[in-house]
Design a protein around this ligand. Structure first.
Ligand code: Z5A
Length: 208
């Protein structure tokens, strides 16, 4: 059995990941490709409980290290219970955020040393890394404007613009460092325009 491909979608708040994932799901359904759609933090019942804690705006006392460890606790559960078995069964896994979000938010945003995140990555994932990462990129103020038109802000959404600017810079730095894995997609313009850019990347990925 050939291992499935592991595709992650990343980006700063409000860039349109959730909107794009529905399009990506349809794209693969049309190809009759077996896919598992999932998200982080979360993806399993236990990891979703950890997600609730992490996003709860009333949890004002969570320290940066606790936040980091909870992200990896949820990830360990998600990997062992869901992602790895699916990949081994030959399914393609599409994950809304993964460890690059930890580098961007806990590393870039909170200022936690990158070496600490790298140690946890090695411990929890071993050699497993995404095959492809789509980074939806948009100026931070535009993403925040889009997101602000929705519900009450969660614990991360209460951060200031400077936090999200650091997150975006970290993502773009990772994309420059790993051009073979990353595809940066301009997330500006209409939903249709963004979907057309995503389609170009997926066509390249699935070309025989
Ligand atoms: N986090 C972390 O810190 N460390 C980690 O390791 C991980 C995560 C894994 C939850 O993530 C939080 O966890 C996240 C980082 C942290 N917090 N933040 N910020 P999440 O992915 O669940 O939550 P999110 O980033 O807040 O996602 P989001 O707000 O749902 O954004 P989105 O999925 O990118 O956007 P969207 O819902 O598709 O679109 C936002 C709005 O814009 C919506 O009303 C759309 O209809 C509209 N939209 C979308 N595209 C367009 C276009 N092209 N034009 C106009 N309007 C559009």
């Amino acid at each position: 059995m050939t291992r499935g491909k592991f595709i992650t979608i990343e980006g700063v708040e409000g860039v349109g990941k959730t909107t794009s994932i529905a399009f990506i799901e349809d794209y693969f359904k049309q190809l009759s490709q077996d896919i598992l759609l999932t998200r982080e933090p979360g993806g399993t019942p236990l990891a979703e409980k950890i997600r609730d804690l992490l996003l709860d705006a009333r949890q004002t006392s969570i320290t940066d290290n606790t936040e980091l460890l909870l992200m990896f606790a949820a990830r360990a559960q998600h990997l062992e219970e869901k992602i790895v078995p699916a990949l081994e069964a030959g399914h393609w896994v599409i994950c809304d955020r993964f460890t690059d979000a930890t580098y961007a938010y806990q590393g870039g945003g909170r200022g936690i040393e990158i070496s600490r995140i790298a140690s946890l990555e090695e411990w929890v994932q071993g050699a497993l890394r995404p095959d492809l990462t789509l980074l939806l990129d948009l100026p931070v103020d535009e993403g925040l404007k889009r997101a602000g038109e929705r519900s009450t802000p969660d614990r991360f959404e209460q951060e200031k613009q400077a936090f999200f600017e650091r997150v975006r810079e970290t993502y773009l730095g990772m994309a420059r460092a790993e051009p073979q894995r990353y595809r940066v997609i301009d997330a500006s313009g209409s939903i249709e325009a963004v979907q057309s850019r995503i389609k170009t990347v997926l066509d390249e990925l699935t070309a025989p």
